[in-house]
Design a protein around this ligand. Sequence first.
Ligand code: ATP
Ligand code: MG
Length: 817
Amino acid sequence: MRDLPAGTVTFVFTDIEGSTRLLDELGAEEYGRALADHRALVRQIFSELEGHEVDTQGDAFFFAFATATAALEAAGRVQDALSNGPIRIRIGIHTGSPRRTEEGYVGRDVHRAARIAASGHGGQTLVSASTAALASGVELTALGEHRLKDLSAAERIYQLGKREFPPLKTLFQTNLPVPTTPFLGREAELADVTSQLSRDDVRLLTLTGPGGTGKTRLALQAVALSADAYPDGVWWVPLAPLRDPELVLATAAQALGAQQSISDHIRDRRMLILLDNFEHVVDAAPEVSVLLGACPNLNVLVTSRERLRLEPEHEYEVPPLSRAEGIEFFAAKARSIKPDFEANGVVPEICSRLDDLPLALELAAARVKVLSPEQILERLEQRLPLLTGGPRDLPERQQTLRATIDWSYDLLTDEDQSVFRRLAVFAGGCTLAAADAIAGASIDSLQSLLDKSLLRYTTERYWMLESLRVYAAEQLDLSGEADAVRRRHADFFSNLIQGAGLTLEPEGAQEYALIRSEVDNVRTALDWLADSDPEAALGQTAALDGFWAVYDPREGMRRLEALLERHPDAPADIRAQAYRALGSSANPAGDDALAERCYEKSLDAYREAEDERGVAAMLLRLGMSAFYRGDQERARDLGEKSLALSREVGYGAAESQALGLLGELEYTRGQVEAGAALIEQSADLAGEVGFPWWRSRMLRKLADCQLELGRPDRAEVAVREALQLMAQIGDRQMIVFTLARLARIASESGRAEEAGLVWGAIEAEEERAPMGAWAKERARLAAPVLALSGPEFERGLREGKLLSLDEAIDHALAERS
Ligand SMILES: Nc1ncnc2c1ncn2[C@@H]1O[C@H](COP(=O)(O)OP(=O)(O)OP(=O)(O)O)[C@@H](O)[C@H]1O
Ligand SMILES: [Mg+2]
């Protein structure tokens, strides 16, 4: 085709803003003239700079340039030339290496410029990072990282020139996953779902249909496309790994990064939440109703095999693919396995047998490496009766999927079958090590299941689509080895819990991330133990006290209270741990009185068990409780007792906490120097014994002392390390507290831009999700920072607001080091 540039090509996509509105305003005739003028102008300027017209559609142009510099120059000139007329265009520019074909270009990069343009505003020219890297001699403004609505991963976007525009229309507050395969077909369904969602009277929309119809995939895509209507974000809450309906709202809260209850977090903010795979937690449906009642601007999209049967619910039945889409779907999946696959006349028959069900097609297409389409069809025919008359109804389609999974399962070797069904014990997937230890899975078996689409692998974990996991679990129950496999699962995760060292008085490394990434498996193991080995369940749940306290104190309390109620006569050492852990969660849950009662009970039980270390730890906890209540005398008394005892028995973690408590008491009395010395000792000891959470907390306190003593340099060293430690633990609230110190230090050291940047990031984080109680502390830290002004500070603030919390941490730690 024509002499289009090859190799590295820069694409320019232009599009008129509000063309329908313009047409109304100007009338058909004048609009037609303006349109023609604009076309002539774009063509003239672009061709002067050797742009090649690839395509034109309606009011959009698509050009290719051999160099990024020419493309940028052309875009700049066009925008200038149009600035006085009635027409405003948005331009997207992106550089890539597409494949050139007879009809033009193909490849991922081709649509990118159009998607970039679509996120901008009239008069604005947006530039991708790849183009920006090649640009010279033009002024580009960084607009931060953005995710476009095709759900691809976040990328940096730049703007040509400095003019200010409203925020980009991208996914800016979201946790939607980045899909690993392209989205196919479903144009009509997408339009239906997005238009229903945009209706004022639709607040709860449920996508229903049998397993594997593509409900989740369609929902994710629709949510991304609807994002503009939700300034407070669109959020994905995968419920498939959950077993307990009580955890639905807590899981949603975690997905949103909420620190308090989800309805307090959302309030009247405008958000869309996708509750994905609701079918096995339907008992939580009434809570969704209550949530909608409490949050007037919240919309909820649900995917579920059955509807929730709620008053405000609207239902959308996701149909199978159309036949044409089914054929394309099968062919695309087959090509991803066998690149030279060509769909022949048998493929439509396969689609018909499989009711055009995406998952069924995927399982069948996965076999094209070893079976021809004819052979696939022949084998399917033995299982699936031919479709007679109209489309099958829902229960029949469910049978289709089942029969297809049966078919795929029966074709597996005995070994692969056994691995497949054993993998059903996992919730939320597993690592290779867990698959090996629990399911006896060899790499070959895992690869074989991946090849057959019976298993997925993303972010270093193996996992199953829910329909497949349910099937595998049934097979596991039939196999007679379910109990043995579940016992191995519980043992494995019990070991993980012990190895993570997350009690609040640890000895050795603390690995929060280890439990965080396995939380669904940990829950599953604890649930299984609760029925089969309650004492172990109590011990393991208590061993996670530091985890519950940071991650979800209410879940920790619920589990511990239930276990303690059922086993009041558990051995003293286990009871002591359980009450200690219950107290650890009661504090952050806001019930300090309950916490103090628990520490008393734990103290008694430790005495009964003659565990001096436990006694030392509980004396300290009781001392802290007194300190929080304002009873300084009792706090000091208990702190000193705990210090003496923990030194006597050589218990470093408790000793370090006791020193810290005594230090804070000095500080509160106005003895800053003496307080700082004790706090520093405490931090040092916490470092020695491997107690990062406490060390981080002490370093933060130490920084406050140093600031008060006029030593910002020493304060800064402490805060940086505190931030590093908290970032590893992932305690969002503590991270923000620590960043706020850093902003204050930067401001006091005259680094206005850095102070602005860090504070901007804090404000952005607060907007994403309100913080727990820190109003007083915030005001104290904010005052010196916000007193700064001037262009440097403002620039920092603007930049900081574009950062995610992780990016802010990286910036803060990289700065000056
Ligand atoms: N439009 C689509 N484009 C690309 N892949 C799709 C599409 N629809 C479905 N799929 C793929 O088909 C499989 C099944 O889809 P999905 O998981 O969305 O089904 P589901 O209805 O949510 O099933 P379940 O009830 O088991 O949760 C997935 O691998 C998914 O990625
Ligand atoms: Mg689903």
